[in-house]
Design a protein around this ligand. Structure first.
Ligand code: NAD
Length: 496
């Protein structure tokens, strides 16, 4: 029996996962015996250790993926679809285990995992299963002949994923990569690797051939870098910080110029106009920064409110927080509304930003402290009258910290919203349909939501502009990132 690790999940359920690297449908320890310590952020206590991949293991995964790619080529589109659908069903049936692992390992609320994130992952697999037999090209007329195009898989690809909503983000890569015919090596985050080991078991149970999906655990500097530098990895899809994204691009540029897509951070503006439905705007601007403790790249962390309703909004925002006190505690308990942030380092980073907020001249509306001494809990926090140049208005905090400021005109707020290095997600609250269209068009962002926040769907592309990255997850557009186009041209001889 391979070594395993057991956690206590929802309602005392024991969830056991293998601790090895999943290469060629088998679990095995890393070649060098390197391990990774896994921690429960609710308590700060150790959950155990798992294998950590080094460069030799990454090479083994790549050799396996090369073989897996050859096999996958011979699997028809409809048969690929059936395997993706099977994996979707297995994930759906396993929701209690996967939700427990995300709660214990990443601090994600169990109710969010099973109610939102895992259903999103399942929907994404089913959506791309529908594409697996539709990877068609075009036929084209040309001078002196005709041409047709093939959309072909890239080959051995890799995905490096972060710790927040880890299963969902992993499936955003896995589903289109496999539907398009690629073999994929996934590296999970060192901060939340346990879901990935359960996913590996389900990949095998679904009957996906060996080598088509390899899943490795390990840290960024070793396993992540080895993947980024590997000469036989032809595409790398990344979600994570700008710091790591830059290193990945540098690695690709000094090695084989692999195709790279980057989904990086954000500093999303939520713009509240005078004419909005105030209750609705209050609801979504709160959810937009408190969901998953603000550890969401698309978080609405900059809230701009028009001067006609600014004072009323601030009062109501404060009141709404007071009326719905958070229940901080074990993310496995369904009554809990606030889990911990993911790690001690993340906790320190968020608390440091809050300190800077207090010194910035902004007004602390509520929150601003850590909760308890055990685990990594932070109060929901909001600052009002935040200056444009304050660090908390400019940098991604990745914590439950809202920065609110006043504006007067549409032009002014569009300029403020665009005055950011990031461009991932934005929200607009207005009942003026012309204004909604104008502002949505003017904002530099990969997605804009009107009268709500975020709204994810597998058929709608998700990704950034500017330093939030390039390439798209989800939607038909994601398939462009996982395919290459070959043009075949026929010369037609003229009749003599
Ligand atoms: P991170 O960049 O530290 O880690 C992400 C992944 O990159 C991990 O698997 C890590 O091991 C790996 N990594 C780290 N250094 C690496 C290197 N040198 N080479 C290769 N891989 C390396 O980010 P994080 O802290 O896990 O996630 C938080 C960040 O991710 C935030 O900035 C957030 O905005 C961003 N994010 C973006 C999206 C999106 O879709 N745009 C979604 C979620 C998170």
């Amino acid at each position: 029996m391979s070594p395993s690790l057991t956690i206590i999940g929802v309602q005392g359920r024991q969830v056991t996962v293998p601790t090895g690297l999943f290469i060629h449908n088998e679990f095995a320890p890393s070649t060098t015996g390197q391990t990774l310590a896994v921690e429960n952020p609710t308590t700060g206590e150790s959950l155990g250790t798992i294998s950590a991949a080094g460069p030799e293991d990454i090479d083994r995964a790549v050799q396996s993926a090369k073989a897996g790619f050859e096999t996958w080529k011979s699997v028809s589109g409809p048969a690929k679809a059936r395997l993706l659908l099977k994996l979707a069903d297995l994930i759906e049936q396993d929701v209690q285990n996967l939700g427990s692992l995300e709660a214990v390992d990443a601090g994600t609320l169990y109710t969010d995992s099973v109610g939102l994130n895992i259903p999103q992952a399942v929907g994404c697999l089913r959506y791309y299963a529908g594409w697996a037999d539709k990877m068609d090209g075009k036929s084209l007329e040309m001078d002196g002949g005709v041409a047709y195009t093939h959309r072909e898989p890239i080959g051995v690809c890799a995905a490096i994923v972060p710790w927040n909503a880890p299963l969902m983000i992993t499936i955003w890569k896995l589903a289109p990569a496999l539907a398009a015919g690629n073999a994929l090596i996934i590296k999970s985050s060192e901060l939340s690797p346990l879901y990935a080991l359960r996913l590996a078991e389900l990949v095998k149970e679904a009957g996906i051939p060996a080598g088509v999906v390899n899943i490795v655990t390990g840290d960024g500097a070793s396993a992540g870098q080895a993947l980024s530098e590997h000469m036989e990895v032809r595409k790398l899809a990344f979600t994570g910080s700008s710091v790591a994204g830059r290193k990945i691009m540098q690695a690709a540029s000094r090695t084989n110029l692999k195709k790279v897509s980057l989904e990086l951070g954000g500093k999303g503006p939520s713009i509240v106009f005078d004419d909005c439905d105030l209750e609705n705007a209050l609801l979504w601007t709160r959810i937009g920064i408190t969901a998953n403790n603000g550890q969401i790249c698309a978080a609405g962390s900059r809230i701009y409110v028009q001067d006609g309703i600014y004072d009323r909004f601030i009062e109501a925002y404060k009141q709404a927080a007071a009326n719905a006190p958070t229940v901080a505690g074990n993310p496995l308990d369904t009554a809990t509304t606030k889990g911990p942030v993911v790690s001690c380092a993340q906790h320190q980073k968020v608390m440091d930003y809050i300190r800077q907020g207090k010194q910035s001249g902004a007004k602390l509306l509520f929150g601003g402290e850590q909760i308890g001494k055990k685990g990594y809990f932070v109060q929901n926090t909001a600052f009002a009258d935040v200056p444009d140049n304050a660090t908390i208005m400019r940098e991604e905090i990745f914590g439950p910290v809202a920065s609110i400021a006043k504006f007067s005109t549409e032009e002014e707020v569009v300029a403020k919203a665009n005055d950011s290095l990031h461009g991932l997600s934005a929200a607009i609250f207005t009942n003026d349909i012309s204004r909604a269209h104008r502002v949505a068009k003017a904002i530099e962002s990969g997605q804009v939501t009107v009268n709500a926040w975020a709204m994810l769907s597998p058929n709608v592309p998700f990704g950034g502009v500017k330093e939030s990255g390039f390439g798209r997850d989800m939607g038909e557009e994601a398939l462009d990132g996982w395919t290459t186009v070959k043009a075949v041209k026929y010369h037609i001889f003229p009749r003599l």
